[in-house]
Write a protein that binds this ligand. Structure first.
Ligand code: A5P
Length: 204
C-alpha cells in the first residue's frame, strides 16, 4: 500500500495502524520522511520502494482536484516521491475535503521540484515564461525549503491552468526541473469526505 503525505493522510495512517492491530496484514511504501515517521509510530510495516515489484493501491491527499480527476499535489513538498509511487500503483485513491474540488486547477500555487544547481537560472526561465515563480522557503523564512531528495521547490502562482497537460509537458522540458505537481490521469477515485461523502471516479 502506497502511503501518501499530508495532514489528511495522517488519518488514513492512524486508521491503518488500528486495523493492523486488529489483524490486517499489509505492507506500506512511504512517500516521505514525514509519512515514514508517522507510519512507524502506528506500527505499520514498511518496505523500501526498491524492494517491491508492485504497489496494489496508494492512498494520498491532494491540494486541488478538477472534474476530470486531474490534480495539483506538492503542497507538503513530497510531490516527487508521491508521483513515482502513484505511477507505480495499480490503483490510486485521493482523500480530500470538498474545498479542494475545483472547476479549474491553478488557484493553488503549482509546486515544481528543481535541482539546487543553477536554481536562480531555472527560476529566471520560469519568470521569462510568465509562470510567476516563487522559491519556497523553509520555516525560518531565510533558507530554501529542501525536499526529501535534497532539491528545492518553486511555487508557480498561475491562478488558472487552462491546459494542464500542455503545461506539465512544457515544465518538464526545462532543464533543472525534476518534476511538477500536476498529476494527470493518475488518480482512479477521489473521496471527498467532510460532512457528506462524495466519491468521484475518473472516466477511462
Ligand atoms: C504533499 O506533498 C502533498 O501532495 C499532499 O498530499 C497534499 O498537499 C495534501 O496535503 P493535506 O492533506 O495536508 O492538505
Amino acid at each position: 500500500v502506497g502511503l501518501g503525505t499530508g495532514s489528511t493522510v495522517y488519518y488514513t495512517l492512524r486508521k491503518l495502524g488500528k486495523l493492523i492491530k486488529e489483524g490486517l496484514t499489509i505492507e506500506g511504501v512511504s512517500t516521505s520522511s514525514e509519512t515514514t515517521r508517522i507510519a512507524k509510530s502506528f506500527h505499520i510495516p514498511l518496505l523500501n520502494i526498491d524492494d517491491v515489484s508492485v504497489i496494489d493501491i496508494t492512498i494520498d491527499g491532494a491540494d486541488e482536484v478538477d472534474p476530470d480527476c486531474n490534480g495539483i499535489k506538492g503542497g507538503g513538498g513530497a510531490l516527487l516521491y508521491e508521483k513515482i509511487i502513484a505511477h507505480f500503483s495499480q490503483k490510486n485513491i485521493w482523500v480530500v475535503d470538498s474545498s479542494k474540488i475545483v472547476d479549474t486547477l491553478g488557484k493553488f500555487p503549482l509546486p515544481v521540484e528543481i535541482v539546487p544547481f543553477g536554481y536562480r537560472q531555472t527560476i529566471q526561465i520560469l519568470e521569462e515564461k510568465k509562470f510567476n515563480p516563487q522559491l519556497r522557503l523553509s520555516k525560518d523564512n531565510q533558507t530554501p525549503f529542501v525536499t526529501d531528495s535534497d532539491n528545492y521547490i518553486v511555487d508557480l502562482y498561475l491562478n488558472r491552468i487552462e491546459e494542464p497537460v500542455k503545461l506539465a509537458q512544457k515544465l518538464n522540458l526545462i532543464p533543472g526541473i525534476i518534476e511538477n505537481g500536476l498529476f494527470i490521469n493518475t488518480v482512479d477515485t477521489v473521496i471527498s469526505g467532510d460532512g457528506q461523502t462524495r466519491i468521484i471516479e475518473r472516466e477511462l
